[in-house]
Design a protein around this ligand. Structure first.
Ligand code: PLP
Length: 404
């Protein structure tokens, strides 16, 4: 028997996988074009006013543990944010501050999943959703976003899968709104259907809305917070993407309803938060300012979205020009998720495609199978337009070389 438990081997991270190859290539002196990590702060700067608030917190010696639930100032700021954006009445006591949405997801799965428990995730999904379920011994029920329908949620297959689960009813349905890796926003209609399905089947609904302000011009977004009144649900969000502050490690975990499930999950997350003492204290002050200073936030966000939208449009245009790629036009976040036409290539899988592309063209993208969708690749649209153009020309050269 090995010293470390087998469950650790379930933490497969397709992003880390290619990073190891990239590092080896770099050690040999090659320069890698990185289109792999969805980290806006690695390409853009965290806004100055947020950095100033962080520095001020340090100068004022705000360096002790915070309340394990999070600073009251930040929790109230989060509650107000939901009133401002979605006209829902939240109070600070339903908001738990976590160390990123990642930690909230760990706490949720620790609270709800044990051996053979099921939970619904919708492919393609954010890479971390799967290992957190598997680590607890749970069994994911995979349903799908429909590529042929602008990546909207396939609610028919969702209903079917829940019905087929029979007595082993899923503990939760997890939606990502807007979505990583597709960079698209599910329609209000499909979200309403999901809310109805959760309600009819008495299944807890979780909506990860970490990209909810990164919306391209004219795009309509509906938060589950404004649709799920009266239905047991949770909203996840945080500072990483909307505030370009990934390294601050701040997430918001909101449980608005007061039914039995919501109350017990809220309590469980509070207990688990208490067991790790506190989230980063200066970060919480900085993020409270990040949200509350609406004027500065609006300016920073506009500047960021203007650039990202241009880069996403260019990425989409270049993918359309390729005979090897086919994608849905991104409407939010900073990703393009094209299908690769493996029928016309001498390459069998997306995994092989990604590895060979990295080794031969020094371009790092992520395999779609890591997001539950084989045959696709995920590219971030954060690098400069020049780099995006270069990346697509490398893909084109690579595909032509490997054409059947
Ligand atoms: C959909 C989604 N949820 C959660 C996360 C992780 O967020 P955090 O930095 O708050 O842990 C990411 C990061 O890429 C994401 O894309």
């Amino acid at each position: 028997m090995s010293f470390v438990l087998d469950k650790i081997s379930m933490v497969e991270n397709p992003i880390a996988e290619t990073s190891q190859i990239a590092e080896q290539l770099e050690k040999k002196g090659n320069q890698i074009l990185r289109f792999s990590i969805g980290d806006p702060a690695a390409y853009f700067k965290t806004p100055e006013y947020i950095l100033s608030a962080y520095k001020l917190a340090l100068e004022n010696h705000k360096t002790a543990y915070s309340d394990w639930k999070g600073n009251e100032g930040l929790r109230s700021a989060v509650a107000s944010r939901y009133k401002d954006l979605y006209n829902v009445e939240y109070t600070s006591d339903i908001v738990q501050i976590t160390q990123g949405v990642s930690e909230a997801l760990q706490f949720i799965n620790m609270s709800l999943i044990e051996k053979n428990t099921t939970a619904v995730i919708i492919a393609p999904f954010f890479t971390q959703y799967l290992p957190y379920i598997l680590m607890e011994g749970g069994k994911p029920i995979l349903t799908f976003h429909d590529f042929s329908n602008n990546w909207n949620i396939d609610t028919e297959s969702l209903k079917e899968k829940i019905k087929n689960a029979g007595k082993n009813k899923p503990k939760y349905i997890l939606v990502t709104n807007p979505n990583n890796p597709t960079g698209t926003v599910p329609s209000e209609k499909s979200l309403k259907e999901v809310v109805e399905i959760a309600k009819d089947n008495d299944i807890f609904l979780i909506s990860d809305e970490i990209y909810d302000e990164i919306l391209y011009k004219g795009i309509k977004f509906t938060s589950v917070s404004s649709l799920a009144k009266g239905v047991p649900h949770m909203i996840l969000n945080g500072a990483s993407k909307n505030l370009i502050a990934t390294g601050f490690r701040i997430g918001f975990c909101i449980t608005p309803e007061n039914d039995k499930k919501s109350i017990s999950l809220r309590n469980s997350i509070s207990i688990l938060s208490n067991s790790r003492l506190s989230a980063n204290t200066p970060s919480q002050y900085a993020v409270a300012e990040g949200i509350s200073n609406k004027e500065e936030h609006k300016k920073a966000l506009k500047d960021f979205i203007d650039k990202v939208e241009k880069r996403s449009s260019l990425s989409y245009k270049l993918s359309q020009e390729s005979e090897f790629l086919k994608a849905v036009k991104p409407t939010s976040a900073f990703y393009l998720f094209p299908q690769i036409d493996l029928n016309i290539l001498k390459i069998n899988t997306d995994k092989d495609f990604v590895e060979l592309l990295l080794k031969e063209e020094y371009l790092q993208v992520i395999r779609g199978s890591g997001f539950g969708m084989p045959g696709f690749i995920r590219m971030v649209t954060l690098p400069s337009e020049e780099k995006i153009t270069e990346a697509f020309s490398r893909i084109e050269r690579f595909c032509k070389r490997h054409k059947k």
